[in-house]
Design a protein around this ligand. Structure first.
Ligand code: AMP
Length: 425
């Protein structure tokens, strides 16, 4: 198979690494990729926002499958435009990607199909949103409707914070994404990420994970794209997975099909496990980053076989096997992240730090004058497997400490919640 992978982060490096292990693969291209992905794929450069150019590349290079990593191109309709040209794609249509692209759309679908989620209101103007917030009181959660690069959500513990968050949305800080706002009930519980591969009709459970969104140890500091993750999530017991499938994923799949937008690709449910069971916080319509990195380390089966089955509507006849091992990834970020990360500092010792059960995925790197340099906020994902989360954590930090990059930093407590559970057993 000849495959084109779209994206340039640690998620895409993990996908490239796993696809490269498939006996089905004859050629892998990545656009734009990064130096780590470049070890697994031929990197090509063209504008992925220009879907005609993507289709032309696919025709000229006889691409059998396009795998889309990030949400942006999906929400922009890349899957529809390629399929219209007869090109096979793993990823949802524009209409189905609204599950990520519009929080209001998702909340309305949940209400219609009885999917448990936080109580909410949708508002197109400041005055009515403000009135709802004043009536409901804090804590309360304010969300810009559209994609806001992870910055559109405020968990307001006080009414003042909630008022400020509404002002920020409606003053145009998030552009069109903030023109509509969802205000919702504050949920209490433990968060978990749950993944399914979907083919329009069938959803195949595809692993669980927990991530650390906050910048600093003890889950403090500002929100980031994610500073680390591990899999599986201990809170996602087989019973909880069953309930999530029955109460959340299956009604969503049915709802999307009935709405004329059957969902195919990765359905990533951000869950709050409350004392009443799983509730949906949000959907994403692609793999999480860095959750994908730990899932790929644990996946026993051939990823390309599974992606093909999803693209061809064959998941009902497919199963998936995982290694018993846990996996954990630690993000190394460049000084300044998540604000303005410093670019260009030299990173040494990456190749030597990897080893048995340890992979180092590149997230934001570049080559400059033959040296590996930082080229983004989140730069490397030090990823390891182990019999327990604790063992995976030890291996990941031991590898990380062999990397020579004074301008990089990381959290030192990735996996703490799972570790506390393991230690209390
Ligand atoms: P989201 O971008 O929707 O995943 O939200 C970012 C983070 O905000 C989530 O990972 C949760 O920690 C938190 N959050 C979002 N919605 C709620 C809610 N209704 N109740 C409590 N926390 C929430």
């Amino acid at each position: 198979m000849r495959v084109l992978l779209i994206g340039s982060g640690g998620r895409e490096h993990a996908l490239a690494w796993k696809m490269a292990a498939s006996p089905l693969l004859t050629k892998l291209y990545a656009v734009p990729g990064n130096p780590g992905i470049g070890r697994e794929a031929e990197l090509v450069r063209f504008d992925i926002a220009d879907h005609t150019a993507v289709a032309r590349f696919c025709r000229e290079n006889e691409i059998d499958l396009v795998v889309v990593g990030p949400e942006g191109p999906l929400v922009a309709g890349i899957a529809d435009d390629l399929r219209a040209e007869g090109i096979r794609v793993f990823g949802p249509s524009k209409a189905a990607a609204r599950l990520e692209g519009s929080k209001g759309f998702t909340k309305d679908l949940c209400a219609k199909y009885g999917v448990p989620t936080a109580a909410y209101g949708r508002f197109g103007d400041l005055a009515s949103a403000r009135a709802y917030v004043e009536k409901t009181g804090a804590p309360i959660v304010i969300k810009a409707d559209g994609l806001a690069a992870g910055k559109g959500v405020t968990v307001a513990m006080t009414l003042d914070e909630a008022r400020t968050a509404l002002d920020v949305c409606f003053d145009g800080s998030f552009g069109q994404a903030g023109a509509e706002v969802v205000v919702e009930e504050f949920l209490i519980g433990e968060e978990a990420s749950f993944f399914c591969l979907c083919d329009g009709t069938t959803a195949l459970p595809f692993g669980t994970a927990q991530d650390h969104k906050r910048l600093s140890d003890g889950d403090t500091g500002p929100n980031t794209g994610g500073m680390g993750a591990y899999s599986p999530a201990p809170v996602m017991t087989p019973e909880m997975i069953d309930r999530t499938m029955r109460e959340i994923v299956e009604p969503t799949m049915r709802g999307m099909a009935e709405t004329g937008a059957p969902f195919s690709g990765v359905l990533f449910a951000g869950l709050m496990i409350t004392d009443k069971g799983p509730k949906l916080i949000e959907y994403n319509t692609r793999f999480g980053d860095p959750e994908c990195q730990v899932l790929m380390m644990r996946l026993k089966d051939d990823l390309l076989v599974l992606l093909n089955a999803a693209a061809d509507g064959q998941l009902a006849h497919t199963s998936v096997r995982w290694r018993d091992d846990a996996a954990l990834t630690v993000v190394m970020a460049a000084r300044g992240y998540p604000g303005a990360p410093e670019k260009g500092s030299v990173i040494r010792g990456v190749e030597a730090a990897a080893g048995k059960g340890v992979e180092i995925f590149h997230a934001g790197t570049a080559i400059n004058g033959g040296a590996l340099v930082a080229n983004g906020g989140r730069v490397l994902n030090i990823t390891a497997t182990g019999r327990t989360v604790g063992e995976a954590q030890k291996k990941a930090y031991a590898a990380l400490d062999r990397i020579d990059w004074p301008q990089g930093f990381c959290r030192r407590d990735i996996g703490w919640l799972a570790l506390a559970r393991e230690q209390s057993k």
